[in-house]
Design a protein around this ligand. Structure first.
Ligand code: KG4
Ligand code: ZN
Length: 333
């Protein structure tokens, strides 16, 4: 069956559009990254992000339509990220989609960005319910229990910095380029992960995370030892290992306690090579099926928004044309 969804994502610093068929076939996936414009500030500047979205959205959507080999008249549904994210950035995608929906008389689905990260996997593989999902990105570190297509419960979240944010802040402190995650991932390959023993904040008894103590421990270590005397790859490999250990241990704990055997991991940090390696080990030794989308679907994109729209369309959950974006959407832990 052919029912096409045009999806739009503008929650942070990627302007993205994608065409997805209702059976999870991906027809096009266009992502215009704004990293070049934010780099010199060491992080995303919300005002710049909004302005760039306005500049880019028309051509990104047009490219997604062209690459899918379809026309606007072939579309059946529209989907857009409603939140969580930067309000000015979200507004661009939501207003654009509403205008398009009005002019084409198409129903619109509003999507939670975190659920979209989880649903990216369905573009590659079908995962049986129930499963546990770990969403690790620049803004979020969340554990979700996915019981069914529209039955999703949050079981844990970060109480302070998100995992990706810790990567970005440690990189910034060391004057490494933004975003810090991929840079640290690369440099850490040359280092010894056991060189420095950084704390693993396990927050006994729950599924919540905390990464700001680890970030401070890294900064204090550098200040104490002196920057010139430090082996940067060892430092970064040890920091990365501490992040990965906590993510993996908490996920395993939740899987065991909830008696689940499937784990979906997504979000920008799911591109981390050490995390992916460790998850492979877990899969083997702990008899857990681990599902990882390809890295291109882990970082922000609109294909995942289109995928997340499918259960909502089936459930008939459409947005009123007057709906507003919601920067702190309830599931935004
Ligand atoms: O999902 P995403 O593109 O945007 C948000 O929703 O936040 O994630 C971006 C985050 C950034 O913090 C970036 O440093 C991190 O993902 N990241 C990584 C890697 N690639 C991207 N972190 C660790 N290792 C990586 N290879
Ligand atoms: Zn994201």
């Amino acid at each position: 069956m052919k029912k096409l969804i045009l999806a739009v994502e503008t929650s942070c610093d990627e302007t993205a559009a994608s065409v997805v068929n209702i059976n999870y076939t991906l027809l096009s996936n266009v992502v215009a990254s704004q990293i070049e414009w934010h780099k010199k500030f060491g992080g995303v500047v919300p005002e710049i992000a909004s302005r760039k979205h306005v500049e880019l959205i028309d051509s990104v959507v047009k490219e997604a339509i062209d690459k899918a080999g379809v026309g606007f008249g072939d579309l059946n549904y529209l989907a857009v990220t409603l939140g969580p994210g930067l309000i000015g950035a979200l507004l661009v995608g939501v207003s654009f989609t509403q205008a398009l929906g009005y002019s084409l008389s198409l129903p619109i689905v509003g999507i939670n960005h975190l659920i979209a990260h989880v649903w990216a996997i369905f573009l590659r593989k079908s995962v049986k319910f129930p499963f546990l999902a770990l969403v690790v990105s620049g803004g979020h570190t969340s554990l979700l229990e996915v019981k069914g297509e529209v039955e999703i419960e949050f079981v844990g979240r970060t109480l302070d910095d998100a995992a990706g944010e810790a990567f970005d802040k440690v990189a910034k402190f060391l004057d490494l380029p933004y975003p810090g995650g991929p840079v640290i991932d690369n440099l850490a390959k040359e280092g010894n992960p056991e060189a420095i023993s950084f704390p693993r904040a396990m927050l006994e008894g729950g599924y919540n995370f905390s990464f700001s103590g680890l970030k401070t421990a890294v900064i204090n270590y550098v200040k104490r030892e002196g920057r010139e005397r430090i082996n940067i790859p060892d430092l970064l490999a040890s920091f990365q290992e501490a992040v990965v250990d906590v993510l993996v241990d908490k996920s395993l704990k939740a899987l065991k306690e909830k008696n689940m055997k499937r784990l979906v991991v997504s979000g920008g940090v799911a591109a981390n090579s050490r995390l992916r390696e460790k998850l492979k080990e877990v899969s083997f030794f702990e008899n857990v099926d681990v599902y990882l989308p390809p890295t291109s679907l882990c970082t922000d994109n609109a294909a995942m928004v289109g995928a997340a729209a499918i259960p909502q369309i089936k459930a008939g959950n459409f947005l009123p044309i007057t709906a507003s974006p919601y920067p702190h959407l309830r599931m935004s832990y």
